[in-house]
Design a protein around this ligand. Structure first.
Ligand code: NAP
Length: 284
C-alpha cells in the first residue's frame, strides 16, 4: 500500500509516520512545503503522478487565533487544499482521509456531538475546516472525514506543553474552566485512523480519546502527573481570557461511527499518562 501524508511534520503527521515507517508492505510518501504546497493547484497533478492508494491530509493552517486576520490564506490551505488533494485522489481513485476538527460544531453548553449532527462553525479557522470537509466530499466520493480534537503529542506545540512551560515560568496559573473538549493523543488518533483506513468505508468519523474535560481539569491532570502538583491553578471563565477566535465552549465529540466498526480510543487520562512519561523521560 502506498500512503501519502500531507503535513507529515505536524503533530498528527509525525504520529502517522511513526507507525507507518515500520509497517510491512507500506510505501510512505511524506509531502511537505515547499515542494508540495497543498494550497497550490499543482498538488492535484503531483498526487496523480505519485498514484497512491491512500492520501491522509494532516496539513492545515492550525493557528486558530491567527486565522481571524488571515482568512484568505487560511481558506487557501484548509479549504482549497482539501479540494486540490481530492481532485488528485479522484484521478487515481485513492482513498482520501481529510482531517477535521471538533470546532466545526457550535459547542453549545451541555451538548455533545455525534457524526451526523449539524455543524455550525464560528471563527475563520472553523469555517475553513468545514469548507474543507465539504470540498473534499463533493469532489471525491471516496473520502473519509476524520474529526479530532485538542491534539497533543510529545514535541508538539499543544495545550499540555504550554501548561507545563507556563507552570515552570510563573509558578501559578489561571486556566479556563468553562471550555470543554476531548483531549486526544495524536498517536492514538493515528492508530485509529489507520484501522479505519483498513476498513475502507468513506464517511464522517469522530476519532477522539474517550471522555471529556474542561481546560482546567486537563491542566490539573497534566500538572499532577508531571510532578507539578503544587502549582496553584485558579479556574476562570473564558470571558476572562479573551481570544481573537473564541472557541466553542462545549464541542465535545462522541465516537459512534468508528465504534460501530470496532474502533475506539482509550480514556484520555491513560493517554495523558503516556504523554507525560515520554515528555518527562525526554526532559530528565
Ligand atoms: N492541534 C489540534 O489541537 C487540533 C484539533 C482539532 C483538529 N486538528 C486538525 O488536525 C490536523 C493536524 O493538526 P496538527 O496539530 O498535527 O497540526 P500542526 O502540528 O500545526 O501541523 C500542520 C502541518 O501542516 C503543514 N502545512 C501547513 N500549510 C501547508 C501547506 N500549504 N502545504 C503543505 N503543508 C502545510 C505544516 O507544515 P509547515 O511546517 O510547513 O507549516 C505542518 O507540518 C489538522 O487538520 C488540524 O486542523 C488539530
Amino acid at each position: 500500500m502506498k500512503v501519502v501524508i500531507a503535513g507529515a511534520a505536524g503533530q498528527l503527521g509525525r504520529a502517522l509516520t511513526g507507525i507507518l515507517a515500520n509497517r510491512p508492505n507500506t510505501t510512505l510518501v511524506e509531502i511537505e512545503r515547499p515542494t508540495y504546497d497543498v494550497s497550490a493547484p499543482a498538488v492535484s497533478n503531483q498526487i496523480a503522478e505519485i498514484a497512491p492508494d491512500v492520501v491522509i491530509n494532516a496539513a492545515a493552517w492550525t493557528d486558530v487565533d491567527g486565522a481571524e486576520a488571515n482568512p484568505k490564506a487560511v481558506y487557501a490551505v484548509n479549504a482549497l487544499g482539501a479540494a486540490y488533494l481530492a481532485d488528485g485522489c479522484a484521478r487515481c481513485n485513492a482513498l482520501l482521509v481529510q482531517i477535521s476538527t471538533n470546532e466545526v460544531f457550535p459547542g453549545t453548553p451541555g451538548r455533545i456531538y455525534r457524526e451526523y449532527d449539524l455543524p455550525g462553525p464560528g471563527g475563520v479557522y472553523a469555517r475553513s475546516k468545514l469548507a474543507g470537509e465539504r470540498a473534499a466530499r463533493q469532489r471525491h466520493a471516496r473520502t473519509i472525514i476524520a474529526r479530532v480534537a485538542w491534539l497533543f503529542a510529545p514535541g508538539g506545540s499543544n495545550f499540555p506543553a504550554k501548561i507545563m512551560a507556563a507552570a515552570d515560568r510563573l509558578g501559578a496559573l489561571q486556566v479556563v474552566d468553562d471550555e470543554y473538549g476531548n483531549p486526544t493523543y495524536a498517536p492514538d488518533a493515528a492508530a485509529a485512523l489507520l484501522a479505519l483506513i483498513e476498513q475502507d468505508r468513506p464517511g464522517i468519523y469522530h476519532l477522539v480519546n474517550e471522555g471529556s474535560a474542561s481546560r482546567c481539569e486537563f491542566a490539573r491532570y497534566i500538572l499532577a502527573r508531571s510532578g507539578r502538583r503544587d502549582v496553584e491553578v485558579t479556574p476562570i471563565q473564558s470571558s476572562e481570557w479573551p481570544r481573537p477566535a473564541p472557541p466553542p465552549l462545549h464541542a465535545v465529540l462522541v465516537n459512534e461511527a468508528a465504534a460501530a466498526l470496532g474502533i475506539t480510543l482509550r480514556p484520555w487520562q491513560e493517554a495523558a499518562d503516556d504523554y507525560v512519561s515520554v515528555v518527562c523521560a525526554h526532559d530528565a
